[in-house]
Design a protein around this ligand. Structure first.
Ligand code: SAM
Length: 224
């Protein structure tokens, strides 16, 4: 039986069934501060993934590092990471998220929802349909490099490593790489690679039960 102490209240609003949503509104939400409510609920009319702590860590990393552009792989329907990264740029009043999604239905749903209902987020967000990070090249050229990436695409482990390798020659000192599902098979190729690199410093690491694995790495190449 679901209770206010259930682990699902560390996840997000969209994972709740109807009973869970009523329980949340009546018994959980009134005990939480506005920040926790915001990161748990997101936009209630737009489904999205990621746990509360992961959403907060994503948002806080954007505020801390203030990248000019963040490149995201894996928009899904736009109510998870995309919503919180774009909220951070909205709150900073500068910067943009460029987000890539391979499913045409998800891409169309996310892009049209932001256009209609989330204009303040849309002002800082570009949606791209496709599955190759090469589609980011015009923006990367415009910026002269890459200062922030969030990898949350396919379950196929080779993909995240390939995507990291695409961005690698374009990173600069201080560039940020964030990854979701860090403790799952999905990241089993990129995880050992990044963990073995002395020029990438782990700044944030979330684990179970707050996360299925979320990391923020910062590029600190040797000055010598
Ligand atoms: C785990 S979901 C992303 C969840 C999303 N970040 C959120 O917080 O709601 C992974 C998404 O990546 C998409 N995807 C898989 N491979 C991709 C690729 N190569 N390029 C872009 N999107 C991809 C899938 O269609 C799926 O929607």
């Amino acid at each position: 039986m679901l209770s206010p102490n259930s682990p699902v209240f560390r996840h997000n609003y969209h994972e709740l069934d109807d009973f869970g949503r009523i329980l949340y509104m009546v018994a959980v939400k009134p005990k939480w501060d506005a920040r926790r409510q915001f990161f748990f609920e997101g936009c209630r009319d737009l489904a999205g993934q990621m746990y509360v702590a992961e959403r907060m860590a994503l948002y806080d990393a954007i505020l801390r590092h203030r990248p000019r552009t963040c490149y995201e792989i894996g928009t899904f329907t736009g109510g998870g990471s995309t919503f919180f990264i774009s909220a951070a740029f909205r709150d900073l009043g500068a910067g943009r998220l460029v987000t890539l999604e391979t499913s045409r239905n998800h891409y169309l749903l996310a892009a049209s929802f932001y256009e209609q209902y989330l204009p303040a987020h849309k002002a800082h967000t570009t949606f791209i349909h496709g599955d190759r990070p090469e589609l980011f090249l015009p923006m990367i050229t415009e910026d002269g490099g890459v200062d922030c990436v969030f990898l949350d695409g396919a379950a196929e482990p080779a993909q995240a490593l390939e995507q990291f390798r695409f961005f690698e020659p374009r990173f600069r000192p201080g560039s940020v790489v964030m990854c979701h599902d860090w403790d799952l098979d999905k990241q089993e190729a990129l995880r050992p690679h990044l963990e073995s690199r002395r020029d990438w410093v782990q700044e944030v690491r979330l684990t179970d039960p707050d996360s299925v694995g979320f990391v923020v790495y910062v590029h600190r190449p040797d000055p010598g």
